[in-house]
Write a protein that binds this ligand. Structure first.
Ligand code: ADP
Length: 285
């Protein structure tokens, strides 16, 4: 249909050039642009529909893994393993681990959908990013200690104030630092640093971990995309951490960047607008 309309439109133009007045030409042009607009909308809806189907298939698959595991352990216990003291506690621990994973997955799915539907409103204010990062480090210190990973925030002499949502950016830094610990072998290092520009402050989360091969870098922010599927699941990730990071930063008009060298480590970074003294005075008025 589009090509027919296009032909008619062109024939209209050539008639006009030849001096003949075509009263239908304007209507024809309007129909053509309307049809083009509708075609774009149809293409967009088709894409969304395909995306939705793929997402439901992914979620079902991700839910199945911990449910099947927990189910297996519980049934084996009921079938008699419950009488063996050692097997009993081992299987119960494994079932509990699978259910914890399931809980984390449902939490992350809920967060993602709430951000997408706009149910979570961003609450922007002037926040101390250094203090925020220190709080995240305190929360994740134990996890790092277990792997003897040195975790710290680099001290800065200037105040690091940005205009952002405290709770959401806490989630961004938590996800990035948590990944950095997950994908760094024992005795490694995870460091948070800042670069203070005139307008923006860039936060870097650098690790000395396994790194990410270049062909995967463009895809790791997609839902459930994992470089090494079985190993990432083993480490307990939901596969949604970076998708959540991406959405939250989009809500701040920003995005995450990543540089990585296999075997050496990765650096994730994001920019946030710097608060200026004038902004702060405005606040106190
Ligand atoms: P997951 O729950 O699997 O960690 P994420 O969305 O947080 O999911 O990350 C997606 C994938 O990106 C991970 O499975 C892992 O392969 C890779 N990745 C993320 N952060 C790092 C990092 N700091 N070092 C190496 N690989 C990483």
């Amino acid at each position: 249909m589009m090509s027919k309309l296009r032909k008619k439109e062109l024939s209209g133009i050539s008639k006009e050039r030849s001096g003949a007045l075509n009263p239908l030409q304007k209507i024809n042009e309007e129909i053509f642009s309307f049809a083009a607009l509708k075609q774009r909308e149809i293409d967009e809806l088709k894409k969304l529909e395909a995306f939705r189907k793929e997402f439901i298939a992914d979620v079902s698959h991700e839910l199945k893994t911990p449910i099947f595991a927990a189910q297996g352990f519980v049934h084996t216990l009921l079938d008699g393993a419950v009488n063996d003291r050692n097997v009993r506690s081992k299987f119960l621990r494994k079932a509990a681990k699978s259910l914890d994973g399931l809980d984390a997955l449902v939490q992350d799915l809920l967060t993602l959908s709430q951000i997408e539907t706009g149910d979570i409103k961003m609450h922007f204010e002037h926040i101390d990013l250094y203090r925020l990062c220190q709080e995240v480090v305190e929360q994740l210190e134990e996890k790092a200690d277990k792997k003897k990973i040195k975790l710290k925030v680099e001290k800065n002499h200037q105040k690091i104030l940005v205009f952002a949502d405290w709770q959401r950016i806490t989630q961004v830094v938590t996800n990035l630092v948590s990944n950095a610990i997950n994908y760094t072998p024992e005795d490694g290092e995870v460091i948070i640093r800042f670069d203070i520009g005139k307008k923006n402050i860039t936060t870097f989360v650098a690790d000395t971990g396994e790194g990410i091969p270049v062909q995967h870098l463009g895809r790791i922010f997609e839902r459930f995309y994992r470089v090494d599927k079985s190993r990432s699941r083993e480490k307990g990730g939901t596969g949604l951490g970076l998708a959540i990071v991406k959405h939250i930063l989009e809500g701040h008009g920003s995005h995450a960047e990543v540089e990585s060298t296999v075997g050496k480590g990765s650096i994730f970074s994001f920019k946030l607008p710097r608060s200026r003294p004038d902004d702060l005075n405005d606040d106190s008025d």
